[in-house]
Design a binder for this molecule. Structure first.
Ligand code: GDP
Ligand code: MG
Length: 260
C-alpha cells in the first residue's frame, strides 16, 4: 500500500515537472507563431491512436519517438512540416486523452489542452483498429467540447482514420475522414492535400498570382511576408508573375506598400 502511494506520488511529481516544461514550450510556441505566422495544427486523439507516429510521418522529424507508455504522452512537442503548397505548418502533439486519469490530475491535463484553442486547425487522429474506437471518439469529442473552443475550429476539424493497415478493406463511413496508415505511410499525400485546403481556409489565406516589377522591393517583400510558390519571369517587361500564399492581412499591407 505504501509502496503504491509512493509510486503514485512519484508519477505525480513527474507529471507536474512535464507540465512545467510544457508551459514554457507553449509560451515559446506562441512567440514563434506571432512572429512568423506559421499556422498551428493541433493533433488530438486518444492515447496510442498514433499521433506521434503521424506527426513524424508528416514532418520526417526523427527525434520524436513513439512509445507505448502513459508518460510518453506528456512529451508535448511542436514540429514543422511542409505541405504540398509549400506552406509550413507547426504540428503540436497534444497530450492524449485517457479514460483513467488520476483524480487530482484532471485539472492539470485540461490546462494543457487549453492551447488547442489557439491553434488554426484541429486534426483528430483515431485508431480505427481499436475495438472501442467509437467510444474513444465520443470521449475525445466531449473533452474538446468542454474546452469551449471557437465554433469554426470545431467545425473545420479534420478526422484521420489511422492504422487502416490493421483493418483489411477498410473504408470510412464518415464522409470527411481521411484513411491513413501513419506507420506504413499510406494515405499521407491525400491527408496533406486535405490539410493544405483546410489550413488555407481556416487562416484566411489565399493563393494569388501577382504581377511585380523585378526592379523594386516587391519580390523580396513577398518572400519575407508570404509563401512564394512560383516565379514566372517575363524578361521583356522586367516583371514577374509571382504565385504566393498570402494572408489577408499581408495582402492588405502589400497593396498599401506597393500601390498601383
Ligand atoms: N499498425 C499500425 N500501428 C501504428 C500506426 N500508427 C501508430 N501505430 C503504433 O501505435 C502505437 C502508438 O503510437 P503513438 O504514435 O505513440 O500514439 P500516440 O499515443 O497517439 O502518440 C505505436 O506502437 C505505433 O507504432 C499505424 O498506422 N499502423
Ligand atoms: Mg504520443
Amino acid at each position: 500500500m505504501q509502496v503504491q502511494q509512493r509510486l503514485l506520488r512519484e508519477k505525480e511529481a513527474k507529471i507536474r515537472k512535464a507540465l512545467d516544461r510544457l508551459r514554457k514550450k507553449r509560451h515559446l510556441l506562441r512567440q514563434q507563431r506571432t512572429r512568423r505566422e506559421f499556422p498551428v495544427v493541433s493533433v488530438v486523439g486518444y492515447t496510442n491512436c498514433g499521433k506521434t507516429t503521424l506527426i513524424k510521418a508528416l514532418t520526417g522529424d526523427a527525434p520524436i519517438r513513439p512509445r507505448d507508455q502513459l508518460f510518453a504522452t506528456l512529451d508535448v512537442t511542436a514540429h514543422a512540416g511542409a505541405l504540398p503548397s509549400r506552406m509550413t505548418v507547426l504540428y503540436v502533439d497534444t497530450i492524449g486523452f485517457l479514460s483513467q486519469l488520476p483524480h487530482g490530475l484532471i485539472e492539470s491535463f485540461s490546462a494543457t489542452l487549453e492551447d488547442v484553442a489557439h491553434s488554426d486547425l484541429i486534426v483528430h487522429v483515431r485508431d480505427v483498429s481499436h475495438p472501442e474506437a467509437d467510444l474513444q471518439k465520443r470521449s475525445v469529442l466531449s473533452t474538446l467540447h468542454s474546452l469551449q473552443l471557437p465554433a469554426p475550429l470545431l467545425d473545420s476539424m479534420v478526422e484521420v482514420h489511422n492504422k487502416v493497415d490493421l483493418v483489411p478493406g477498410y473504408s470510412p463511413t464518415e464522409p470527411n475522414a481521411v484513411p491513413v496508415s501513419a506507420l506504413l505511410g499510406h494515405g499521407l499525400q491525400e491527408l496533406k492535400a486535405e490539410l493544405d485546403a483546410a489550413v488555407l481556409k481556416a487562416t484566411g489565406r489565399q493563393i494569388l498570382t501577382l504581377r511585380v516589377r523585378l526592379a523594386g522591393a516587391q519580390l523580396s517583400w513577398l518572400y519575407k511576408e508570404a509563401t512564394v510558390q512560383d516565379v514566372d519571369v517575363i524578361p521583356e517587361d522586367g516583371a514577374a508573375d509571382v504565385t504566393v500564399i498570402i494572408s489577408d492581412s499581408a495582402y492588405g499591407k502589400f497593396r498599401k506598400l506597393f500601390p498601383g
